[in-house]
Design a binder for this molecule. Structure first.
Ligand code: GLV
Length: 307
């Protein structure tokens, strides 16, 4: 029984130390595998070309929070995503940063600065800014509570129902059927959804039309959520006044893409979070142990739902 490690090489020494201290075997890279029958878990971002090569595979562990980039699992193989406090806090930080950037008109001031223009605009208090979080999973809730602590008027939208998110504070959560009302009160829309066949293209003309005029978009989901022509149209017509994007379609965004040149848009290259090696290895170890004990695999993905 062994774990096949296919993540970035700089993380390998940390993984090796943590797994070997726990008495687990780890192969680093497919070429290191002496016998494919020994591989019971694979930890990867980029998966191996052929999962079928490993007859005793029990689980594939995404070293990130997302799993949309992974192929369908062979029958009986569990899929786990790395949920860890560090990843969640990093995405929360990025969302708070992006929200403050749009709230305080940073794209406008950066553009003015490039032109040497000293021109103040009215400042709004955070209490006057309604933030809507699309996707109230662990990261969405964390971001919602942090933004609420900064006095933003925060609400969420969740597939699993409405009501109020109890602690800490109480963020109103709209149910899927109330999406129009949720969007109509989102001056700043934050997308943290997983990418599934149902959410692909969700950031498109219909969604943008339902937002208050001049709303801002904050996106740390996936490029596949974005309808890029609709984004361009929404920016050009002023329906959207600005956007901060950590993900784009395509990725990497080509150097000559129109999006780079739009002064209302700030782009970061899919860096909202990067999995800490220690957290990732500990998560993998917890998966191995749960499989052995027959308990619930941490970060287990519902492969029907896709998250
Ligand atoms: C990054 O996008 C991740 O899924 O961890």
């Amino acid at each position: 029984m062994a774990l096949l490690f296919l993540s970035t090489p700089n993380r390998a020494p940390v993984w090796r130390a943590i797994l070997s201290e726990a008495g687990e075997t780890m192969f680093e890279g497919e070429e290191a595998v002496t016998d494919p029958a020994l591989v019971t878990e694979i930890a990867c971002w980029v998966p191996p070309k052929d999962l079928g090569r490993y007859p005793n595979l029990r689980a594939v562990i995404s070293v990130g929070a997302g799993v949309d980039h992974l192929p369908p699992m062979p029958p009986g193989v569990a899929l786990s995503r790395t949920l860890a406090p560090g990843i969640e806090a990093m995405v929360r930080d990025w969302v708070v940063m992006a929200t403050l950037l749009l709230h305080r008109d940073l794209p406008l001031y950066i553009d003015q600065a490039r032109q040497g223009l000293w021109r103040p605009h009215p400042v709004q208090p955070a209490t006057a800014r309604r933030v809507g979080i699309l996707g109230m999973g662990r990261i969405g809730r964390l971001a919602a509570h942090s933004l609420q602590a900064l006095d933003f008027d925060v609400a969420g939208l969740s597939r699993s129902g409405g009501g109020r998110d109890a602690e800490p504070g109480s963020v109103p959560v709209f149910a899927e059927g109330d999406v129009e009302a949720f969007l109509a009160r989102s001056d700043l829309l934050v997308c943290l959804l997983p990418l599934t066949s149902e959410t692909r293209g969700v950031l498109g003309a219909g969604t943008f039309a339902a937002l208050p005029a001049g709303a801002g978009l904050i996106h740390a989901g996936r490029g596949g959520h974005l309808d890029m022509p609709a984004l361009r149209e929404a920016l050009d017509t002023g329906r959207l006044s600005g956007a901060v994007l950590d993900v784009t379609d395509p990725e990497p965004l080509p150097a000559d893409h129109w999006l780079w040149r739009d002064p209302r848009v700030i782009i970061t290259p899919h860096v909202a979070a990067q999995t800490d090696a220690t957290e990732g290895a500990r998560h993998a170890l917890a998966v191995i142990r749960a499989l052995r004990l027959g308990t619930t695999v941490p970060g287990l993905v519902d492969q029907q739902k896709g998250y």
